[in-house]
Design a protein around this ligand. Sequence first.
Ligand code: 5GP
Length: 177
Amino acid sequence: MSVIKVHDKTFETFLSEETIQKRVKELAAAINNDYKSKRPLFIGVLNGAFMFAADLFKHVEVDAEICFIKLVSYHGTKSTGKVVTSIGLMEDVFGRDVILVEDIVDTGKTLHEFLPTLLHQQPASLKIAALLHKPEATIHPLAIDYLAFSIPDKFVVGYGLDYDGLGRNLKEIYQLV
Ligand code: 5GP
């Protein structure tokens, strides 16, 4: 067990590099099996999912494409509430088998707001791959098709996830002490 400091906070090892890589390979194997003779379009959600999306994609053996988007949330008018839009989605999603790749589903709010926008573009299918999920934090339940790990409702960093900008380069995932 190693203990690290990121900014002012102390974190301890939670998921080792080996554990993460083994699980990522398992998810890729499931995707390879489910998308035989298809050509899925992976859409990675920046910034947090960049490392997970890259490692997952390395083990995909069917013909596949990948692109990345950023989700930006802002408050709309009173009647619309919070609005989540994407920037950088150049690919035509219409008729594609889309796999949205997220770092962590916490309350589910971000995806709950964004999925209708994506579905509006009429993909042939839409599945969600997530590195982490905090079931205890759920406000908007949603089905995660390819989930690497369910974790307790504690703040984590590493493997793409940051604490105030730092920690994304860690190969392991660390939990706040
Ligand atoms: P949701 O909309 O599901 O509540 O939040 C999802 C986003 O919150 C994630 O994409 C991530 O950016 C951020 N987030 C939620 N929990 C954590 C966490 O434990 N660590 C980090 N670094 N980010 C988190």
